[in-house]
Design a protein around this ligand. Structure first.
Ligand code: TXA
Ligand code: MG
Length: 331
């Protein structure tokens, strides 16, 4: 059930989390599918609802430093620096985990991914739940991330106890993930840009995949995929004959001859483009098109996260058919 984030509904949602249920909630990046991070049985429900393989670890969301202390063993100085600059916000840090965090959350890894979301609804939910909240993006494994409550409802509606509706998410791409080992390593491009991280860290190592031998499963090449095949190509590379049956995901300008076109940002603003990315793909994916072509965007700032998601969506191995979902024609 989709409900507005009134104080009563937030209390109800917090109660569901405390009693081991699942709540979908907005964050500033994408919607999350949350459960009590300290309750292994509750967390198992997330994996079941998403049909997510158990080797793919989850991000734990905290509302304050005290909760952070509950889930990590130590906070290195470099983490302090990053937190003071980017928290609350869309940066996830991978740190040594505390004993309280069940192995199912971290897929058996000795580290845990944590972030303090900036979205007021996410914050209020975690604060009221009084426990850290494990939450992956609220989509079936491998499919497009949700940026609106109705995306969650359509994809996972019956599998979630409550969906809090906070409107469209601000960034539209997931958090940036940084592993803090001896050296900081960037694991996923996301809403905090590489350029912003570099202002704090100087340089950092990149292990952002897609990789056939990923360090963590979230780096698998096939991810974030619509069911319609997607190809990355500038408009001039697509012959007119193919355009008639295809959708085009354009960056700035509307090219001619396509069956349908979505423009990410008429002014060429990457922040705006990222915010519209998954919504545009969700819409195109429901039209029963033969193929969706996507225009490459400049690989700077948020453009890196956008291109990362597009490349994975376009990966030949992307799961096209998710049998627990209805087909586009049925929707
Ligand atoms: O913006 C976001 O981060 C959203 C919202 C809901 O917060 N969450 C999200 O979660 O994108 P998810 O499950 O879609 O991505 C989590 C990814 C994993 O696939 C993995 O790549 C990485 O986080 N991860 C989690 N734990 C890790 C660990 N211990 N070491 C390395 N990477 C880890
Ligand atoms: Mg995800």
């Amino acid at each position: 059930m989709v409900v507005p984030p009134t104080p009563e509904n937030l209390e109800r949602a917090a109660q569901i989390i405390r009693s081991g249920g699942l709540v979908a909630f907005p964050t500033e990046t994408v919607y999350g599918l949350g459960a009590n991070a300290l309750d292994a049985t509750a967390v198992a429900k997330i994996f079941a609802a998403k049909q997510r393989p158990s080797f793919d670890p989850l991000i734990v969301h905290v509302s304050d430093r005290q909760m952070l202390q509950q889930v990590v063993r130590e906070v290195p100085e470099v983490a302090e620096k990053l937190m003071s600059r980017f928290w609350p916000g869309p940066l996830t840090l991978v740190l040594p985990k505390s004993e309280q965090v069940p192995g199912i959350v971290t897929a058996g890894l000795p580290t845990v991914a944590v972030r303090m979301p900036a979205h007021p609804v996410a914050q209020a939910l975690i604060r009221r739940a009084l426990v850290p909240v494990a939450a992956p993006s609220a989509n079936p494994f491998g499919y497009l991330s949700p940026t609106r409550a109705e995306h969650v409802e359509r994809m996972l509606g019956e599998r979630v106890d409550l969906i809090l509706d906070g409107g469209s998410t601000e960034f539209g791409v997931e958090s940036t993930i940084v592993l803090l080992a001896e050296k900081p390593v960037l694991l996923r491009y996301g809403a905090v840009t590489l350029e912003e991280l570099e202002t704090v860290l100087g340089s950092l190592e990149l292990q952002v995949g897609p990789s056939e031998n990923p360090l963590v499963p979230g780096q698998l090449p096939q991810h974030y995929a619509p069911r319609t095949p997607i190809r990355i190509a500038p408009p001039e590379a697509i012959p007119p004959g193919l355009r008639k049956r295809a959708g085009y995901l354009a960056f700035q300008q509307v090219p001619k001859g396509f069956k349908v076109v979505k423009v990410l940002s008429p002014t060429g603003n990457l922040l705006e483009a990222a915010a519209h990315l998954f919504e545009a793909l969700h819409q195109l994916d429901r039209l029963g098109l033969e193929v969706i072509y996507a225009e490459p965007v400049p690989e700077e700032g948020l453009g890196r996260a956008i291109m990362d998601r597009l490349r994975r969506a376009a990966s030949a191995d992307a799961p096209r058919v998710l049998d627990h979902l209805t087909t586009p024609a049925e929707q």
